[in-house]
Design a binder for this molecule. Sequence first.
Ligand code: ADP
Ligand code: MG
Length: 682
Amino acid sequence: MLKKNFPESPEVNPKLPVTEQPVGVMPRVSFERACLLAKMGITTIGDLFFYSPTRYEDRRDIRKIHTLKKGEQALVFGKVMECGVQRTRKSKKFLTKAIIDDETGRLHCHWWNQRWPAESLKEGREVIVFGKVDSLYPPRMTNPEFEVMMGYADSRLNVGRIVPVYGLTEGVAQWWIRDLISRALDRFLKDLPEGYLYDSELGFPSRPRAVQMLHHPAVPGEEELARKRLAMDELLEMQMEIQRRRKNLLAQAQGIKCPGDNRLIRPFLKNLDFTLTPSQTEVLREMRADLNSGIPMRRLLQGDVGSGKTVVAASVALMVMEAGYQVVLMAPTEILASQHVKTFRKWFEPLGVRVRQWTGRLKDESDAMELLEKNSPAQKAEIVIGTHALIEDSFRIERLGLVIIDEQHKFGVDQRERLLKKGSWPHLLVMTATPIPRTLGLTLYGELDISSIAHSPEGRGSIRTFIRKRDKLSAVWDFVKKRLAQGRQAYVIYPLIDEPSNPELKAVEAEFMRITKEIAPFNAGLLHGRMKGNDKEYVMQQFAHNQVQLLVTTSVVEVGVDVPNATVMVVENAERFGLAQLHQFRGRVGRGKEDSFCILIVADSAEDSMERLKILEESRDGFRIAEEDLKIRGPGDFLGDRQHGMPSFRFAKLLEDYALVQHARKIAIENVQKEGPVLPQK
Ligand code: ADP
Ligand code: MG
């Protein structure tokens, strides 16, 4: 029904840009309507402009009924002559019948078992039907799709062109939103400012033109060009932000010069029981240059699990300490921090470099050490290794020259910045083993330089991966026991700590007792995130020293743990984990000379996820796996536990738009150069 009196629309506020005008300025948007629109995320004219259709229907080819041929799919536009519901005598099924007239003929439409079409196919209404012509005498379609033009809908908007189809919420009709957006475009689009101007080589339309094409592409494909153009605006805005931050850094910051006299690093490399790989040497060379550039280093070191990032971090730390500065290393878990403390003590203490631990639990002890330190006059080289406890105000450090963050994806940008503020423009090295899909790399880490360890050290055994259903479990355990008997160690990972609500899920605490019996005389150890720090540490020690042969655990072992004698990994309920995470788990084995095995067990009900897991059987390429994961699960996994700093895009697609991101970055660098000098920092 057409409402006669629409509420008076408020005036356009001349102080606001067109995109920020409330939707209420459009005629026929009542308060109730505005509330419904808000549910769809639409409150302004800008939201209408950028409300992407979920799909399009090509309605350019409207067929006249008298030209229809039997067997073809066709689109017809006409008026409802009559419509009714019958009930078949035998089967008691409903049959809705309608007759559509387009002045060249009459089309009969049948909907079996459905009554609802009759509710909207009222006599005299205009309707579009789409379906297969299954007979000609008379012309007939069975169960066609249809869309009724109601109220004040303008049929020119809905037929004879490529028509946008929008996501809806209950109470909002397709024709209504289509009409609203179209009217908003007609009235306001001319006032939409041009965003950035791009080189003509990109062939992008103007911004208003792109919005028009997004909603009303003239030919198929225009909507994608429009999307790209609008994505470019988003990406460019973000890249400008990143480049401004970087310019600011360059302008404000004094890089701490660390020329290095090799007095620490030379003996360190000599005493290592391996030599650095060419990849490791290469990234060290890049970082040595950073340390001397006079600009604070801002570098991301990425390398697959087991590629040997720790020793690189240690070398960089020594270069900084040679220049008389101290170093902080932050890791995401206590287990990992303790492991680093152990490794670094082994490496650094012979060099006279002190290694302090600063985790939630071990702070007090360190405080006491700090007091002692005050009495010693000499400025000793020192590295402090800890968890996020390092960010707290209670942690202070003098002469901070370098911040290292291990497994960066577990931390947010703001945590990183807070740690950096403990010094005056210290160098920054962040490390990650989660291979970051390229586009995300440029978005998340846009202001960082990136180094990659391309190849892992040689001389490692192979890793073979198998996917098995639960019914093979006893064979799997026989295999595990055989390996234990050969002197190897193993992990078994469960998705839960206790009391599964779903009987298909296994919990580590319950399984632990069973496993302890199963593998006797070998020892099993239990490790999960809810245990006390001391207990966790104790179990890890025992595992590291092969007093425990089988570690029964949860996803806490995901990052960093390094026990080369462990060669078997069993993951229960593997379907519960992301591909990238499973790849991380698998990285716990294959660290020694021996061949390793990773066995993924899936619950019976999750058979269909075996397909998804297959890529792990086929590939050990962390990047491929990560991109696959990004496709399936979206970017959440890569953004870490805290998703700070990640812009949300309407148009940019992280997987597909790599070329656009690169282009945006290039343009941003040029534009930021042209901008005026940076303002002093607050
Ligand atoms: P990640 O990159 O996953 O942090 P780690 O730094 O823990 O890997 O290194 C994995 C293992 O490889 C460690 O036991 C480490 O001592 C060893 N390693 C590192 N570099 C080399 C190398 N050049 N040659 C042989 N082994 C190495
Ligand atoms: Mg590591």
